[in-house]
Design a protein around this ligand. Structure first.
Ligand code: CA
Length: 233
């Protein structure tokens, strides 16, 4: 019986398609391949993959169309793998429901780490509906959701209500890249304005400082400039 994770790779460039599928197969995943949006729809419907790696520049349609198609049907994690580096493309893809965005050229280790994080995240959110009780842990960081307390290496980190709400929201979506507007909406319930992004950045800087993360260090909270934040080890 085949119980490997099935990953649908949608990519028209044969070199990248081969590279990604070889890398996935070598790491214990089953790769299913599609070169076009229309082939991808058929593959998606018939294989029900556990994760999708999606190129945006496809011959028959924009990959964003496939993103919308899948999101109408399911929460299957989607990692966009694209040569488009513009912040607006990243934000659009994430707002349409992509879990993460990796730009080409990419490092194999980096892509595999994002795959693992997205699969972890989807297993976590399959418990949706359950109250976020219990605990969250990532490395030395522990969040006690019931008590709304945060610990690092067993000592308590004192956060403000807002700082806690931001950190808890990121942890509930660990591994997923969240846009500024998604975080602001979850924490303040308001619209995305320049002022609220500033407010978010100030709070995030304080959280990072309290967690002992040095400027520029990619630990616990990863900042994608101009796009958003992702919690990860
Ligand atoms: Ca392409």
């Amino acid at each position: 019986m085949n119980n490997k994770y099935k990953i649908l790779v949608i990519e028209d460039d044969v070199n990248i398609r081969t590279l990604v599928s070889t890398m996935l197969e070598a790491n214990g995943y089953q790769a299913i391949l599609a070169e076009t949006c229309s082939a991808a729809r058929i593959m998606y419907d018939s294989y029900v993959p556990d994760l999708i790696i999606l190129d945006l520049g496809l011959p028959d349609a924009d990959g964003m169309e496939l993103l919308k198609y899948v999101r109408c049907a399911s929460l299957t994690p989607i990692i966009v793998l694209s040569a488009r580096t513009d912040e607006r493309d990243k934000v659009l893809a994430l707002d349409l429901g992509a879990n993460d965005y990796v730009t080409k050229p990419f490092g194999e280790g980096e892509l595999l780490a994002r795959v693992r994080a997205s699969l972890r995240n989807s297993r976590h959110s399959s418990d949706e509906g359950r109250l976020p009780g219990g605990r969250f842990s990532l490395g030395d960081l522990i969040i006690d959701y019931d008590a709304r307390r945060v610990f690092l290496c067993d000592s308590e980190i004192k956060l403000t209500q807002t700082e806690y709400n931001i950190l808890a929201y990121l942890s509930e979506h660990c591994g997923k890249m969240l846009t500024y507007s998604a975080i602001i909406k979850a924490v303040w319930g308001g619209h995305t304005e320049e002022g609220s992004i500033k407010k978010l950045q100030v709070n995030m800087a304080n959280i990072r400082k309290k967690l002992g993360i040095k400027p520029g260090e990619a630990k616990y909270i990863i900042n994608e400039l101009g796009v958003g934040y992702r919690m990860d080890g």
